[in-house]
Design a protein around this ligand. Structure first.
Ligand code: NAI
Ligand code: MG
Length: 487
């Protein structure tokens, strides 16, 4: 695989390293909690380290918030809600959101570097996707803050109060933006808990909130592990919980919240089907399928992790796909030419290894890229499994890594049955030149997001969210406001 390209008439060629400089990112050796507009020490003085998963070096030490700290943050958010934010007009709120958006843009390079160092994702992605989209979310919701009367929820819709927001490590700043921007636009105050392996961009965002002179307590940011998240979920002073993460933790949160008056939205896992018909535009489709699963190392809840290919073209598609996989450049996330970066943590790498071992044991055929992997850090070669059956674990469970399972189908009906044969329902893709077929299929797919002849497209104006075990509630668009309004 791949030799035919390397030894073509062009001869072999290599990219020179093109590393982004780390100097722009001025990381502090340690960080406190962001409560009431200031960085403060956690009550217990417990700290934990966050690593660069590409090198295993320690980047910084951050505070572990206890339930006492959660209490302080919720009280601060409540005070800010009652005394300031609920009395601030929509037009005023929008000014702050515009400021935050502009400051993210101004410091976008710094954000991209911090995100890549802390998360392991390629700098190309943090620079071109995560950070611009984060700013775009603040811009978009800034525009809604003074127009809530016209959002379709009746006249003068009211905020919920204090929102507790728990986010994962795969898109750290972007998930913070998805949660904070609509909440603030709608008039809520927030307590945000970033994931334990990727707290740094949220702490940088805290600096921006200070720079934007957002009133103290309107946003509080608590670093910590699952126990911090659990304390936030259980806190009696919180009116709403918004969670993005694993289905297991989502289920747990739903149980904890069930007996309370708290509102809840959950954005959980997925096992997205990318459906390729025989008339699909071949080159675009291959790129879309690659992007659908290898973008962000496959740490994407809506990843197109199941490829369903029409049998008549399956051999050809697999051949082209494997050739393309072998060309992916895996390695230093700070290099601007890198396509696939590091796996976010050793725990996640262990999960991916375990599930791919099941894939081999259950009889699927494994192809892994022959790319060299760095010695230090957490790495997984882009992998494709062919001959996958629907009963295989790699066809049913979310791997959350650079691993694609390929299945085949003969008729559109069979494609739909197979695509819907999952407990999840977050996203699907359809590849065909025929618009009528795409619409016919899309209407029958049970998923919150359907992409046609593209994949992993995000836009703040477009609602995103799941059904069944992928959760409920929408983020983005006008729909995203509903999650933070008393309607
Ligand atoms: P996780 O669900 O444990 O972590 C997500 C967030 O929830 C983190 O901030 C974590 O500290 C917090 N959390 C953990 N336990 C909690 C609790 N009991 N109460 C409140 N908050 C809690 O996910 P994890 O362990 O990082 O990844 C496990 C698997 O979950 C992945 O392999 C992947 O399949 C899936 N996942 C899905 C994501 C998505 O975007 N849908 C994001 C991250 C993980
Ligand atoms: Mg980290």
């Amino acid at each position: 695989m791949g030799e035919d390209l390397v030894s073509s008439s062009l001869g072999s060629f290599q990219y020179d390293p093109a590393p982004e400089s780390r100097l722009t990112a001025r990381l502090r050796p340690n960080y406190g909690l962001f409560i009431d507009g200031e960085f403060t020490n956690p009550m217990s003085h417990d700290q934990f380290e966050t690593l660069n998963p590409a090198t295993e070096e320690t980047l910084s030490s951050v505070a572990q918030a206890s339930s006492t700290d959660v209490d302080r943050a919720v009280l601060s958010a409540r005070r800010a809600y009652e005394k300031v934010w609920s009395k601030t007009t929509g037009a005023e709120r929008s000014k702050y959101l515009f400021r935050i958006a502009r400051l993210i843009q101004e410091r976008s390079r710094e954000f991209a570097i911090v995100e890549t160092l802390d998360n392991g994702k390629p700098i190309r992605e943090s620079r071109d996707v995560d950070i611009p989209l984060s700013a775009a979310h603040f811009f978009y919701y800034a525009g809604w803050a003074d127009k809530l009367d016209h959002a379709g929820f009746g006249a003068n819709p009211k905020p919920l109060g204090v929102a507790g927001q728990i986010i994962p490590w795969n898109f750290p700043l972007l998930m913070a933006a998805w949660k904070l921007a609509p909440a603030l636009a709608a008039g809520n105050t927030c307590v945000l808990k970033p994931a334990e392996t990727t707290p740094l961009s949220a702490l940088l965002l805290a600096e921006i909130l200070q720079q934007a002179e957002l009133p103290a307590g309107v946003v509080n940011i608590l670093t910590g592990d699952g126990s911090t998240g659990a304390a936030l979920v259980d806190h009696g002073g919180v009116d709403k919980i918004a969670f993005t993460g694993s289905t297991d933790v989502g289920r747990l949160i739903q149980q904890r919240v069930a007996s309370s008056r708290k509102r809840l939205t959950l954005e959980l896992g997925g096992k997205g089907a990318n459906i390729v018909f025989e008339d699909a535009p071949m080159d675009e489709m291959i790129e879309g399928v690659i992007d659908g699963i290898f973008f962000n190392q496959g740490h994407v809840c809506c990843a197109g992790s199941r490829l369903l290919v029409q049998e008549s073209v399956a051999d050809d598609v697999l051949r082209r796909l494997l050739r393309r996989v072998d060309q992916l450049r895996v390695g230093d996330p700070m290099d601007k030419n890198t396509d696939v970066g590091a796996i976010n943590s050793s725990a996640q790498l262990a999960r991916i290894n375990k599930l791919t071992e099941y894939g081999e044991e259950e009889g699927a055929t494994r192809y892994s890229s022959s790319c060299p992997l760095p010695d230090k850090g957490y790495w997984f070669a882009p992998t494709v499994f062919a001959n996958v059956a629907q009963s295989h674990r790699i066809a049913r469970e979310e791997i959350f890594g650079p691993v694609l399972s390929v299945l085949t189908f003969r008729t559109p009906e069979e494609a739909i049955t197979k695509a819907n044969n999952t407990n999840y329902g977050l996203a699907c893709g359809v590849w065909s030149e025929k618009g009528s077929r795409t619409l016919w299929v899309a209407n029958r797919l049970r998923a919150g997001v359907i992409w046609a002849n593209t994949y992993n497209r995000f836009d703040p104006t477009s609602p995103f969210g799941g059904m069944r075990e992928s959760g409920f509630g929408r983020e983005g668009g006008r729909h995203g406001l509903e999650a933070y309004l008393n309607v």
